[in-house]
Design a protein around this ligand. Sequence first.
Ligand code: ATP
Length: 230
Amino acid sequence: MEEDVIVSLQHAQICHGKAVILSDVNITIRKGEFVYLVGKTGTGKTSLLKTLYGDLPLCGGEGMVAGFDLKKLTWKNVPYLRRNLGIVFQDFQLLTDRNVHDNLRFVLKATGWKDQKLMEEKILDVLDKVGLKTKGYKMPYELSGGEQQRVDIARALLNSPKLILADEPTGNLDPETSDGIMQLLFQISRDYHTTVIMATHDYLVLQKFPSRVLRTELGRVSDMADIRLS
Ligand SMILES: Nc1ncnc2c1ncn2[C@@H]1O[C@H](COP(=O)(O)OP(=O)(O)OP(=O)(O)O)[C@@H](O)[C@H]1O
């Protein structure tokens, strides 16, 4: 496989148990690309993302993500795949019983970091990247929705991922805050050549921040590679 290919699906099938949600999915996504995943509700956007991060098994065809063969994933090696990924959700999913700094520290420890000094440097680094350098001491409930989403993105950046998978990251935010989050995601993609795949319903976002679009529809994914909405 070419080195700069981060996601490759060939004749892939996405399933929930015996129910096939998407079939014959053929996608190639390269380093540094920003790709939207759009489609009506229930057409399989989340299921496709879950397959990419090893939460749903690939039930047919071929799939590679960040150098991992999806067909060979087992519960033992899923954590290794996830260390190469950053996952961002709509509802932030921060631990509510500890401050921002400790939320980030928790993830570092859970992913094998041991050196205290390096952990502290990394936490400051990712908070700086999302514009929250001075907010490490805050509890999640003391932050606005946009700030919580920035912490969620900071958390996704901790292990310098090759790929960020974002499921409706602006879904709970007002348009202005949502613009800030989009600018941040595009900046990360551009500055660090991180690939971003983002599921969204928000056509305003697509219009303001045009990029490649994949669409889930009628059990298939169509690649609108060069159609730029403007
Ligand atoms: N845990 C599950 N078990 C069985 N079927 C499921 C499960 N989760 C989702 N599905 C089914 O899979 C299909 C795709 O759902 P999915 O959540 O991937 O769609 P989506 O495009 O992300 O929707 P939305 O835009 O509403 O988030 C739906 O028909 C849904 O009913």
